[in-house]
Design a protein around this ligand. Structure first.
Ligand code: 6PG
Length: 259
């Protein structure tokens, strides 16, 4: 089951998310000596990143990755890396050698290929990636071993997209061995992007998805409903997913039945 937390406003969402992310990082370091943290872009996580810069004082053994990137250079205003650098990585003093940005300037295919290689080299799959999941949890991935990131921070689009996986897009049906995919026709600008595959999102030990504002309410309700490729966020692995929303983005309470 997805963990859904509803809080009063965007500021409370950011505080809660920063705490959960820092806890996930610490748990991973405690368990395996290293934490692989992946970040998203968009406007929602910026405040979370600012708070996380204070929350996470020690960046020892934290490897920073990205869930997606726009095909622009790292100094471009649209760059997800730039957003993360300005709000989190520079203020926190995260060591640059531990930051693995997607090279948007290489274009969708070459950028995706390079990133997939880096992920495979540096991030281990979970030992039991293809064993039976605990009771009540759906299987994560099957087939080839997929690197297991520890915490992935995600936003959601009003259309239900997550990272740069858009509703009904061919990237949702990609070869399961692909870790990273090039996108050419994203409905959210810019059209050219690089994204982690659904397999990589589902193989993560945890995902923290943030949504604030009334424009996200329908997408949040849809992602918590019956899984469908028309709502990519609903295809995340529910047993490992924490969704943190404000009142405006919260799904409506189930209707009371009158008999
Ligand atoms: C991107 C993202 C994307 C984002 C959502 C939500 O690069 O655009 O990573 O998946 O998280 O579109 O964006 P907002 O927070 O701006 O609504």
């Amino acid at each position: 089951m997805t963990r859904l937390t509803t809080l009063a406003d965007a500021e409370a969402v950011a505080h809660r998310a920063a705490l959960e992310i820092a806890r996930g990082v610490d748990d991973a370091r405690g368990a395996r000596g290293v934490a692989h943290l992946a970040l998203s872009g968009g406007s929602t996580p910026a405040r979370t990143y600012e708070l996380l810069a204070n929350e996470l004082a020690d960046w020892d053994a934290v490897e920073v990755w990205f869930a997606d990137e726009r095909c622009v250079g790292p100094e471009d205003e649209q760059s997800n890396y730039r957003l993360a650098r300005e709000t989190l990585l520079a203020p926190a003093g995260a060591p640059t050698g531990q930051i693995h940005r997607m090279e948007g300037e290489l274009g969708p295919e070459q950028g995706a290929e390079r990133y997939a290689r880096a992920l495979r080299e540096r991030v281990a799959p979970e030992d039991d990636h293809d064993s039976s999941p605990p009771a009540g949890e759906e299987p994560g991935t099957s087939g080839p071993a997929v690197p297991a990131l520890d915490v992935i921070v995600l936003g959601i689009g009003p259309d239900g997209h997550v990272a740069s996986l858009f509703p009904g897009a061919p990237t949702l049906d990609a070869d399961p061995r692909m870790l990273c995919l090039g996108v050419h026709d994203a409905p959210k600008p810019p059209p050219q992007r690089i994204t982690l595959s659904l397999q990589v999102l589902r193989a993560a030990r945890s995902c923290v998805l943030l949504a604030t504002g009334a424009a996200k309410a329908d997408a949040v309700a849809a992602m918590l409903g019956v899984p469908s490729r028309h709502v990519p966020a609903g295809l995340l692995r529910r047993g490992r997913l924490s969704v943190i929303v404000d009142d405006a983005a919260a799904p409506p309470p189930p209707r009371q039945r009158h008999t």
